[in-house]
Design a protein around this ligand. Structure first.
Ligand code: SF4
Length: 383
């Protein structure tokens, strides 16, 4: 597999900017974030800007993503400044998709208009639920009404590309509770939606609150029913599933996130940000203070970097390809890696085809909707 053609090198880059601040910490959150501090924010923005400046290489870029944390704690002028910095260091296409993750409680007409004027083209609204009881259990700062209001303000500010995040399998949530949130979202009419199953990490404070409140997650079968019922409703409303957790209206798929799932190239900036480019993968130091110290001290913030072997790139292509509704093109994999997927793994994959979890059709292998819920079991075949 030596000398792989580098498909990613020929495609435009994505840029990811990590904003690690939140107004409060949700009780289930395992992301790299901390409570907002105005002084640290100023230092952090200086470091982030400096890091982007040091990567100046003029490469073509067609997606920028502000993720967090809560990027919408930044002022519009700060976001605009970072976009300008990206434009100075890279060849940012005029039609670039520039996404900002926003929490509903931070939305105001001035802020939203400011983001649009500063260059944001797409909003990803972290709603999680349209039921107040569920939002309270998760420790979210907004109410369902506030989320609906934020969506309306975003449309009024001119955003024509809005994604809404919902979480499914919440403590105490029934199938009809879940569908209530899905219906409210459909009524709003976002262009894209993500549905994430709640994953409780070992020390999540939510675990204790669940024990105190006597709330439990529904059995696995009910979680599967929620997933299927949500997708059925979304498909009936004109959305098309394109990834395990994501649906979109036609031509509204997330260009940036597709880079992660289609073996694309992206560069991440900020604490804990990951990058993959030219067959190498690296990530920055995770802790905000350490990141600032390194950049201010003129040292690279990169904590580790390695060259991916051809075998790792093949496995990544398969793992990520299976996340997509359209699955993996086995002919393309063979052309690129010289590996016949079915000849190598067919014996282990066949039982999943027989069980209706995987389909093999016209040179493509893809998970069925039921298979998507058991994706990790199928993907174990490639480990
Ligand atoms: S707002 Fe998002 S990043 Fe911040 S604590 Fe809550 S879930 Fe985590």
């Amino acid at each position: 597999m030596a000398g792989l053609p580098d498909v990613a090198a020929a495609s435009p880059l994505g840029l990811y900017l990590h904003i690690p601040f939140c107004e409060a910490i949700c009780n289930y959150c395992n992301f790299n974030r901390g409570v907002f501090d105005a002084g640290v924010k100023q230092q952090y923005l200086g470091a982030l800007s400096a890091e982007i400046a040091t990567c100046r290489d003029g490469s073509r870029v067609d997606s920028v993503f502000f993720g967090g944390g809560t990027p919408s704690v930044l002022e519009p002028s700060e976001v605009a400044g970072l976009i300008q910095r990206c434009r100075s260091s890279f060849d940012v296409d005029p039609a670039t998709e520039i996404t900002l993750e926003m929490n509903p409680e931070t939305a105001s007409p001035e802020r939203l208009e400011g983001y649009r004027a500063g260059g944001i083209t797409r909003l990803s609204l972290g709603v999680q639920s349209f039921r107040d009881e569920e939002l309270r259990r998760l420790g979210r700062l907004h109410t369902a009404d506030r989320a609906v209001e934020a969506f309306g303000l975003a449309r009024a500010a001119g955003f024509d590309d809005i994604s809404v995040d919902l979480m499914v399998w919440l403590p105490g949530q029934t199938v009809s509770d879940w569908l209530e949130s899905v219906e409210t979202m459909i009524d709003l009419g976002p262009d894209h939606a993500s549905m994430y199953l709640l994953e409780l990490y070992p020390n999540a404070p939510l675990r204790e609150e669940m024990a105190r409140g006597g709330w439990t997650q529904a059995p696995d079968d009910t979680a599967a029913e929620m997933y299927h019922a949500g997708l059925d409703r979304l498909e009936a409303a004109g959305y098309r599933q394109y990834e395990i957790s994501n649906v979109a209206r036609p031509d509204r798929q997330s260009r940036h996130n597709l880079k992660y799932w289609t073996d694309g190239a992206w560069v991440g900036f900020g604490c804990g940000a990951h990058s993959t480019r030219d067959g190498r993968r690296w990530h920055n130091v995770t802790e905000t203070g350490a990141y600032i110290d390194r950049v201010e001290g003129g040292t690279s913030p990169v904590a580790s970097c390695r060259t991916l072997s051809a075998e790792e790139r093949l496995t990544d292509t398969l793992f990520l390809g299976f996340r997509l509704f359209e699955g993996v093109d086995m002919t393309a994999v063979e052309q690129r890696f010289g590996v016949d997927v079915w000849a190598r793994w067919g014996d282990e994959l066949a039982p999943f085809v027989d069980a209706g979890l995987l389909t093999r059709d016209r040179g493509r292998l893809r998970l069925t909707r039921s298979g998507m819920l058991l994706a990790s079991e199928v993907m174990c075949v490639f480990v």
